[in-house]
Design a protein around this ligand. Structure first.
Ligand SMILES: C[S@@+](CC[C@H](N)C(=O)[O-])C[C@H]1O[C@@H](n2cnc3c(N)ncnc32)[C@H](O)[C@@H]1O
Length: 294
């Protein structure tokens, strides 16, 4: 039999994935093959006739087998991109979503506007990322924000904190701290920071049935679901934030589709916080809410 080439392998795998209802069948085939060959996906297009060695085919078969169980591509390749970072990801952490990059932009914009007005805190910015997961938000802010004192990434999952710390090291990001804790509750009561940022779990339990198997069967339960309503974790953070922020400090939250109005109400009802702005994602959905401490 003729040997497999990049093109014949991608075509055959795409059909195989299509028959098994694997999302993004062609892209899956390409990403997995690029990972085995140690190149970028688009580089495959420059080398479609390249024959594959027996050991490359073996490694690729392993990847295809995993993907055919709906395992996410990022867990199989063990990595994903987030802003300027390459992050290691596995089933201990949520795969960071592109829309969360916007949350980082919002925090950077606020901090830079404060800087332009000469309001950089003496000693530098002190930030908290609640529910840090892979550390995507914390490491991106640590990499991109000037005058940072530190950013503390908090997660209730010890496995997530191992991944997050590893990602900061892997990207040579400085000034990060990591702690396993349940939200903001266990922190030193005297601690006051300049900004709290969070992309907490915000799905309602009943949304489980709507999720693709590659999400619900593989990503951590605690990263996805907040409870019967979906806004439970957001509510806990809003309630705790005011007393952790210095005056005029920022609370920046990513929210689920349809949750922004409710979060604005929680903010209005919470002593010590005032709504600053709401931003939309690229699909026009209200995706994040910002508030300031009084
Ligand atoms: C939606 S994921 C976000 C991960 C990461 N920040 C990102 O944007 O990709 C939510 C994270 O919050 C963590 N988490 C859930 N409940 C928590 C709690 N009570 N305290 C701290 N972390 C929590 C989960 O373990 C998970 O890593």
């Amino acid at each position: 039999m003729a040997s497999w080439t990049v093109l014949t392998l991608v075509r055959t795998t795409t059909e195989y994935f299509q028959k098994r209802s694997i999302p993004a069948p062609r892209l899956s085939a390409e990403y997995l093959l690029a990972d085995v060959l140690g190149c970028r996906r688009l580089d495959l297009y420059l080398d479609f006739d390249r024959p594959l060695t027996a050991s490359e085919i073996d490694a690729y078969r392993g990847h295809v087998r995993r993907r055919s169980t709906h395992e996410p591509i990022e867990y199989i390749t063990g990595k994903t991109g987030f802003r300027e970072l390459e992050l290691a990801v596995d089933s201990r952490v949520l795969i960071p979503r592109p829309e969360t990059e916007q949350l980082v932009d919002e925090v950077l914009e606020w901090a830079r506007a404060e800087s332009r007005c000469g309001r950089v805190p003496s000693g530098g910015w002190r930030l908290i990322d609640v529910g840090t997961g892979s550390g995507a938000i914390a490491s991106a802010l640590a990499q991109e924000l000037d005058d940072l004192d530190y950013i503390l990434g908090i997660d209730s999952s010890p496995g997530a904190i191992v991944v997050a710390r590893g990602n900061a090291e892997r990207n040579r990001v400085q000034r990060t701290r990591w702690v396993v804790a349940d939200g903001l509750a266990a922190l030193d009561p005297r601690l006051r920071v300049d900004a709290i940022v969070a992309n907490p779990p915000y799905l309602a339990d009943e949304e489980r049935a709507l999720l693709e198997p590659q999400v619900v069967d593989w990503e951590p339960e605690a990263a996805l679901f907040a409870g019967p309503r979906g806004d439970e974790a957001l509510a806990v953070i809003v309630t705790a934030a005011a007393e952790r922020l210095r005056p005029a400090g920022l609370l920046a939250l990513e929210v689920g589709a349809g949750q922004a109005a409710g979060v604005r109400e929680l903010i209005a009802a919470s002593a010590g916080l005032e709504h600053l702005s709401t931003y939309r994602d690229h699909n026009g959905i209200e995706r994040g809410v910002l508030a300031l401490a009084d």
